[in-house]
Design a protein around this ligand. Structure first.
Ligand code: CP
Ligand code: NVA
Length: 312
């Protein structure tokens, strides 16, 4: 059966543990590891801006021996209304896999349903699974050390997510934390709670999460303090209104220090200093944002290498 990576739970916890172990090895052996994508071309469809995701997939596909083919949404007929189904069928005749960043999660489901190649979620409005796998890996490699069990290092750890608790990064933490055996507490304003789709998916996969409007309650006992932009891509027009509502959830030094004394600060980036996080926290010695950014490369290479392995 063909495997896709559309959401966090497309890998079981055991499979995720193997992906994490592979990411660690590929990171260590960068420049001299195997090339499982040799002779392959992977399409990269982007309907939104990107620095980290675009560059890390491009470099990662190349380092695995493959050819990355960047397709801006408006450069292909998909941007002019050609259907997802036809696009999937056509691309499947040319390429060996598709990485896609777009708005609707249902478009990814459509690509996977109509195509004949693996599809990887490079961010939708609903989820950003490559980011969450990377973030959990980034914490785990610190907590497990060079040889310890990465997934075991995450068991029982708590992540506090502050700010926009109703969009892709919060949703991804809900699915990811449960998959990795972590607890998640979401602190955000009323009206921005996780929506019914993610609640249904979390319930289906046996996941639970805690939601509060009190930012200090959210960070109490947290091992990771995490935030994201208050106005995500596509929400630029709501920026002022969102800023007013989310200001109490800004990650300040005081809020960060209300978490565990050795807690890590994480952010998927791009960050907006003075909005969702202060510059003082971005400069903090326990802020690991650039390790997260670097690890996108290693984690995504591990995900791609796993998807192209013959499936049992
Ligand atoms: N974190 C992340 O996905 O960054 P980009 O939008 O730059 O890809
Ligand atoms: N929530 C942000 C994440 C960017 C990586 C967005 O969707 O714009």
């Amino acid at each position: 059966m063909m495997k896709h990576f559309l959401k966090e739970t497309d890998f079981s916890r055991e499979e995720a543990a193997e992906v994490f172990a592979l990411a660690r090895r590929l990171k260590l052996e960068r420049g001299r590891h195997e090339k499982p994508l040799a002779g392959q071309t992977w399409a990269m469809i982007f309907a939104k801006s990107s620095t980290r995701t675009r560059v890390s997939f491009d470099v990662g596909i190349h380092e695995l021996g493959g050819h990355p083919l960047f397709l801006g949404m408006n450069d292909i007929q998909l941007g002019r209304g050609e259907t997802i189904g036809d696009t999937a069928q056509v691309l499947s005749r040319f390429v060996h896999g598709i990485v896609i960043r777009t708005y609707q999660q249902s478009d990814l489901d459509g690509l996977a349903a109509h195509g004949r190649v693996p599809v990887v979620n490079a961010l939708t409005d609903f989820l950003h699974p490559c980011q969450i796998y990377t973030d959990a890996f980034t914490a785990a490699e610190r907590w497990a050390g060079p040889t310890g069990d990465l997934i075991a290092a995450l068991q029982g750890r708590k992540v506090a997510f502050l700010g926009d608790t109703g969009f892709n990064m919060a949703n991804s933490w809900i699915l990811g934390a449960n998959l990795f055996g972590m607890k998640v507490s979401l602190g955000g304003p009323a009206g921005f709670e996780p929506g019914k789709e993610i609640r249904a998916l979390a319930a289906q996969t046996g996941g639970s999460f805690h939601c509060t409007t009190d930012p200090f309650e959210a960070v109490a006992g947290a091992d990771i303090v995490y935030t994201d932009a208050w106005a995500s891509m596509g929400q630029e027009g709501e920026r002022e209104a969102r800023t007013r509502r989310m200001l109490p959830y800004q990650v300040t030094k005081k809020l960060f220090e209300a978490a565990k004394p050795d807690a890590l600060f994480m952010h998927c980036l791009p960050a907006h200093a003075g909005e969702e996080v202060t510059q003082q926290v971005l400069d903090h010695p326990r802020c690991v944002i650039f390790d997260e950014a670097e690890n996108r490369l290693h984690m995504q290479k591990a995900i791609l290498a796993t998807l192209v392995r013959p499936q049992t």
